[in-house]
Write a protein that binds this ligand. Structure first.
Ligand code: ADP
Ligand code: ZN
Length: 604
């Protein structure tokens, strides 16, 4: 109520301004000028009748001494006024007696003039808009806000549930707690349990982040408010923050509920990362999100879920405790995951007897959930066009081709050849790590692309270590280089797939030499002062306080350490070539190996 009172005051103010602006523009017509030839102006000057000349580009406005009228003459653009008049026979001493003002008329100036004329119109239009909106708002209820401002953010009550999201069991497991909380917030509040405010969903596009967030709302039976970070980037300063405020106001009024912010990296990237959009706008929007989240009481019962595929560029402020401190990773699905997703999407569709979902899952490495949905849809369309009663294997296979070629594809398919190389690369990492005593045990390996690296081998730290031994570093280095080593041994050729490994290895080796004093040759001392931007946790540079010669020695040491680690990796892999082959083969079939199954392949 109070809100609408404030709004009508605003409307009266606008009426006043609009009327004023209209009157002003009607009565303040610009000065009128009488046109005269330039030669006349020259004559006046010679006679000493001119008081002032105002020159802008080709226009010369003349103010005569005994007259209130203005005259205008035109001269050639690019030739100065004094030159023009001198050419017309005006002596320099006469010219010196008059005031000559040169006006630089910019494009902007012209636009301001034009827009100024339009201003009253704009006011009237804005007025109408506001009046209309108020009239509408009066007879709408609870959800009117979301509807009447459909473009600000969307509100819905999702009907999707966890059953509609497949292949992400771990994520669902983690989100169950959030669902329970949204269902019965009182139960948790009574026990004083602290519930996460923010959950960050991380994963490549099309892996089901939005779907999963909706499913949480669906499971809990609560409203779902959503907005996308990328929309803020093009907006005027201040609008983004206002939208965020509206969104959260509305959400709090409908709690318990979920607020979903898609593409949060668009507003939440750390300052100075990349270009595009207004920094001010981004920062204000981001700050508003943080302010809102920090302002939640224990009984606010709003859970904020945000999605990104670039967690690496997020502002650390977002990840602090009490904000998005829960992180759920959605990877590209492996064969098993893809089959499960296929099952979800063919649920209500008639299939021919020849359709084999296992085969289809195997034929689509690299596909994400959105690709699979797309593919099933294409297959259904093809079948309908052929007047078939059910979708056959043929349609599915054609649909796969279409999705691969289609413009909407969110991911690329991995070819057999690539699969082989990646499988050997990852197997190489895993085996080297397995055989070196100081490496953490390998828990899971996958050849389905994830982030920057093509595949990944995830070692699980046995315990938190604060002190690192040199022997552990050396083993880790060999492990990092195991991928590259396997490629070289098996294919006699190497790919770009190891770029990330090499970078990490180089960093580690350099740190051993320059920071931990682990090189015998250079001795136990540090080189270079590390400068860090504390809040970013990023190194911005190094202060060099050592000679060129030492720099060279450092480089040599780093190179030696890496070369030796690489040789060790190659040695291990050559010795266990049979295992390497078996593991790579298994990876190509299953795409992901973990736990006991993986252990069986590693040990004999
Ligand atoms: P994201 O938000 O990660 O870009 P979406 O949630 O928008 O991805 O996914 C788009 C569509 O793809 C979903 O509506 C759904 O139909 C399908 N999809 C994606 N992931 C899955 C999944 N894990 N299980 C079932 N369907 C999925
Ligand atoms: Zn690697």
């Amino acid at each position: 109520m109070r809100k609408s009172a404030g709004r009508s005051e605003l409307i009266y103010l606008l009426i006043l301004i609009a009327v004023g602006a209209l009157l002003f523009s009607m009565f303040s017509s610009p000065k009128t000028y009488t046109e005269v030839p330039l030669s006349t102006v020259a004559q006046w000057l010679k006679d000493g009748q001119v008081e002032e000349l105002i020159v802008s580009d080709g226009e010369v406005k003349v103010k005569k001494a005994e007259s209130s009228r203005y005259y205008i003459a035109y001269k050639e653009v690019g030739v100065s006024i004094t030159e023009t008049l001198t050419n017309l026979g005006v002596p320099p001493e006469k010219l010196a007696q008059v005031k000559i003002a040169v006006e630089k008329r910019s494009r902007i100036g012209e636009w301001v003039t034009i827009l100024g004329g339009l201003l009253p119109l704009v006011f009237v239009a804005a007025l109408f808009y506001l009046l209309m909106r108020q009239a509408q708002g009066a007879n709408n209820q609870a959800f009117s806000f979301g509807k009447s401002r459909a473009r600000l953010f969307t509100t819905e009550r999702p009907t999707v549930t966890f059953d509609d999201v497949a292949g992400v069991d771990e994520a669902k497991e983690e989100l169950k707690e959030v669902v329970e909380f949204l269902r019965e917030p009182q139960k948790f509040a009574a026990l004083g349990a602290r519930i996460p405010k923010g959950v960050l969903l991380v994963g490549p596009p099309g892996t089901g982040k939005t779907l999963l967030a909706k499913a949480v709302a669906g499971e809990a039976g609560v409203p779902f408010f959503s907005i996308s970070g990328s929309e803020f980037v093009e907006m005027f300063v201040g609008v983004g923050a206002a939208r965020v405020r509206d969104l959260f106001d509305q959400a709090k009024r409908h709690s318990p509920c979920i607020v979903f912010i898609d593409e949060i990296d668009a507003v939440g990237r750390y300052r100075g990362a990349g270009l595009g959009g207004s920094h001010d706008e981004r920062e204000q929007t981001l700050n508003q999100i943080l302010v809102e989240m920090d302002g939640f009481d224990t009984d606010t019962n709003v859970i904020v879920m945000a999605a990104t595929n670039r967690p690496d560029i997020l502002d650390p402020a977002l990840l602090r405790p009490g904000r998005f401190d829960r992180r759920i990773v959605l990877d590209r699905p492996d064969v098993k995951g893809r089959k499960a997703i296929l099952q979800v999407h063919v649920r209500n569709k008639p299939l021919d007897k020849d359709v084999d979902l296992d085969v289809l899952a195997r034929e689509t490495p690299g596909f994400v959930g959105a690709d699979i949905e797309n593919m099933v849809n294409e297959a259904a369309i093809l079948a309908a066009r052929r007047n078939k009663k059910a979708i056959g294997m043929k349609e599915f296979q054609e649909a796969i081709e279409r999705v691969i070629a289609g413009p909407e594809r969110k991911s690329r398919i991995i070819s057999e050849e690539e699969k082989r190389i990646i499988a050997y690369h990852e197997a190489g990492h895993a085996l080297v790590m397995h055989f070196l005593p100081n490496c953490d045990p390998v828990h899971k390996i996958s050849i389905i692309a994830r982030g920057m690296a093509l595949g990944y081998t995830m070692p699980l730290p046995e315990e938190d270590r604060y002190l690192h031994r040199k022997s552990k570093f050396l083993d880790e280095l060999a492990g990092l280089l195991g991928g590259r080593a396997a490629e070289e041994i098996v294919f006699g050729d190497i790919t770009t797939g190891a770029a990330n490994d090499l970078e990490q290895a180089t960093k580690l080796a350099r740190a051993m030499v320059t920071r931990y004093g682990m090189s015998e040759k250079l001795g136990p001392m540090t080189f270079g002062e590390k400068q860090e931007l504390v809040f970013l946790g990023k190194e911005i540079g190094e202060q060099r306080e050592y000679s060129e010669k030492v720099a060279q020695e450092i480089d040599e040491e780093v190179r030696r350490i890496i070369r030796e680690a690489y040789e060790r990796a190659k040695e291990i892999l050559t010795k266990h070539r049979d295992k390497l082959d078996r593991l790579a083969q298994a990876l190509m079939e299953k795409e992901t190996l973990e736990g006991d199954e993986l252990k069986a392949y590693l040990s004999d």
